[in-house]
Design a protein around this ligand. Sequence first.
Ligand code: C2E
Ligand code: MG
Ligand code: MG
Ligand code: MG
Length: 282
Amino acid sequence: RAKRQSKGGFAFFEPAMETEARARHELARDLKAAIGTSQLLLHYQPQFAVATGEILGFEALLRWNHPLRGPISPAQFIPIAEETGLILPVGEWVLRAACEEAARWEKPLGIAVNLSIAQFKQEGLPAVVMEAIRDARLDPSRLEIEVTESLLLQNTSRAQDLLLTLKREGVRVAIDDFGTGYSSLLTLQSFPFDRIKIDRSFVGQIGVTPKGAAIVQAIIALGSSLGMPVIAEGIETEEQLAFLRKYDCAEIQGYLCGRPQPIVEYRTLTDADFAFHSRRRA
Ligand code: C2E
Ligand code: MG
Ligand code: MG
Ligand code: MG
């Protein structure tokens, strides 16, 4: 709510805050109208095995083409979707669309979908996920749910129960943006993740600061001793790739080997494979 300040009995609103609130309100209204239309779509970013260059799967990333404002970043509209509860229908649409897309692929590659904390507050989240999988006729082991560590901090036992239910059904669970929260290590101890995604803020420091590189190296070693494969996000340079290969990082994802794009851009899935192979040879 707008901030009130009393001055001689008057209350007034700060104009900047009111404008901000109105902008958010308008975006929420427009997002609601966008659900079920072609304004919302998924881009797909490939993930590769470092050792072989083989494509392992794709992460689905939500895009919103606003009819007047053009493309709006998920970093901007996901928080609004979370606050307004719109993340529930939007998130369910993402799950269904991603599962349907993956079910059409020739190769049984993985499909990773980001889930918000708000979706875990919903009754019956596992049922929503399993229904999307069943309706798409997708093998559950091909779906990977990406969650951030704040999920397990906020409502530890309930969130863990929901994730464990999904795991029992065969769905995989990855921890996203690893290392950016304040109790990352505790989170790793408390849940059997199938994969750790090193946040790209660390990857971006490879070759820039020795400390950043040391952290990446330590996370790879940690994952290896916990038996959790590590995927590095946000690889943009050959130098980063060489570093990750040297320290046995299992998997990578980033602009260097494939941007998030409409899936048709990867026409046959081996195109993405090839793009990465040709880069390695170059
Ligand atoms: P994320 O899950 O950590 O996704 C990775 C982000 O890094 C994506 O940003 C991706 O486009 C970007 N990225 C990938 N490779 C590179 C690279 O080499 N360099 C740089 N600079 N960036 C790279 P995007 O697509 O803008 O998404 C931002 C965040 O929005 C995601 O972070 C995720 O937290 C959230 N998000 C996206 N789609 C969904 C969704 O369907 N549901 C939910 N709940 N959140 C979503
Ligand atoms: Mg993610
Ligand atoms: Mg991430
Ligand atoms: Mg993120």
